[in-house]
Design a protein around this ligand. Structure first.
Ligand code: SF4
Length: 125
């Protein structure tokens, strides 16, 4: 079987055709360099994604704090870890890049804030 992919390793965006046996890549065409064949193998055999999401806050000026993993995680784990995000509620100010949870879900990447959030104070009369 074949899979058609677009290489995202550089802006050229080569259109790749990967011949597979269903689980492993046997041959790649359409790539202009070796990064394309490596990308196709990764994408077919163990696709990875950076998880981007948001977590709840309480008492901060953002109702939801945007977060992401510090590196890619297996695509197959993305839905599995979503319930863990719903258990997080930030109550202290954070700066962009702060680690919200180290070794998120035991995946070897940190969950980091992608925006800063400060305390929200009630307006004075
Ligand atoms: S195959 Fe090479 S040249 Fe083509 S998009 Fe990927 S990295 Fe760029």
């Amino acid at each position: 079987m074949t899979r058609t992919l677009t290489c995202i390793e550089c802006p050229k965006g080569c259109r790749l055709t990967a011949e597979t046996d269903g689980t492993r890549v046997l041959n790649v065409t359409g790539n202009r360099c070796n990064l394309g064949s490596k990308y196709a193998a990764q994408e077919v055999e163990n696709p990875l994604r950076v998880l981007t999401a948001s977590v709840a806050t309480l008492g901060l000026d953002l109702k939801m704090l945007p977060v992401k993993t510090s590196g890619p995680i297996p695509k197959a784990k993305v839905l599995e870890v979503m319930p863990l995000l719903r258990q997080i509620c930030m109550t202290t100010p954070v700066k962009i890049g702060d680690v919200i949870q180290a070794d998120f879900a035991g995946l070897g990447v940190n969950l980091v804030a992608t925006r800063s959030a400060s305390h929200s104070y009630p307006a004075r009369d």
